[in-house]
Design a binder for this molecule. Structure first.
Ligand SMILES: C[S@@+](CC[C@H](N)C(=O)[O-])C[C@H]1O[C@@H](n2cnc3c(N)ncnc32)[C@H](O)[C@@H]1O
Length: 269
């Protein structure tokens, strides 16, 4: 169990971050005015986010994508982020997620756009779709795919020679862990990349993630009554279940974030 999963609690009937839980989340979020206001305030733009990438990081990410390139996005949720990146860069995106309610929303909105496609897939149990991708993109979804080493090898196997992975991930430090774990080159993701012999660069979005979690905490409280009034206390509670832990790390300076740009490694089987 990774650190994102391990500090959160069971929420009602569906376990937090399960497929049923995410379906419930995105069924409600897409209709919710309070959720839209929350995303606008916290991320700087409403793309129905559930990750940690603010609009500044998103705009930077869009500059890395090229017109016409073939992108596989893992953990795309209901596809508003994919649509935004597609619009900014002109790349061709296939988005995967196991939340079928979220995928249905994305498909319904984009069925006229040939270069934007969405499919249900369980990133742990299912094979990734065939096809050589120029880029594989994972925005705050890598935590859900199990062991980093296995996941990186699985993603690498679907890249074209010369392709790359773009992986956005946080690292927190608990009291019993060394301070170095927060430094570039020393996070858990760095260790996995180095063990597997990847060549990569990492862009630092630590300031963004710290500000993100402080705002996430503040606006979940500011907008709580609005969420409740529209019958969506679930969405607010979902945010509150994790934002206290993250805000604490943000304030203590024990939370960092990097966008890793990782070259295809042909030497990996
Ligand atoms: C933290 S959210 C991030 C969503 C989006 N990328 C963003 O940044 O807002 C994680 C996403 O991964 C998906 N997910 C989690 N576990 C998964 C799995 N085993 N297979 C496929 N998708 C999964 C969830 O449904 C959710 O959409």
């Amino acid at each position: 169990m990774n650190e994102l999963m391990s500090h959160t609690t069971d929420m009602g009937q569906a376990e937090m971050f399960s497929k049923d839980w995410y379906n419930e989340y995105f069924r409600r979020a897409v209709e919710s005015r309070a959720h839209s206001r929350f995303c606008e305030a916290v991320y700087g733009r409403d793309l129905c986010q559930h990750g940690m990438m603010d609009i500044e990081e998103m705009e930077f990410l869009a500059t890395l994508l090229k017109p016409g390139e073939k992108v596989l996005e893992v953990g795309c949720s209901n596809g508003y982020i994919s649509e935004y990146l597609h619009g900014q860069s002109g790349c061709d995106i296939l988005g995967l997620d196991y939340a079928d309610a979220a995928i249905a929303q994305a498909q319904a909105r984009t069925r006229e756009t040939a270069s934007l496609n969405f499919r249900c897939a369980d990133l742990i149990r299912d094979e990734l779709p065939d096809g050589d991708y120029d880029t594989i993109l994972a925005i705050d979804s890598i935590y859900f795919m199990g062991d980093y080493n296995k996941t990186l090898a699985k993603l690498n196997a679907r890249l074209k020679p010369g392709g790359r992975m773009l992986i956005a991930a946080f690292q927190a430090r608990e009291d019993d862990e060394p301070e170095t774990i927060l430094q570039p080159g020393h996070t858990r993701m760095d260790k996995a990349l180095q063990t597997l012999g990847f060549t990569y660069v990492q862009h630092d979005f630590t300031r963004n993630i710290r500000e993100h979690w402080i705002k996430n905490y503040q606006y979940s409280h500011t907008l709580q009554a609005e969420f409740t009034a529209e019958g969506n206390a679930f969405l607010c509670e979902a945010r509150m279940a994790e934002n206290g832990w993250f805000k604490d790390h943000a304030e203590r300076g024990t939370l960092v974030r990097f966008l890793y740009v990782i070259e295809h490694n042909p030497a990996l089987a």
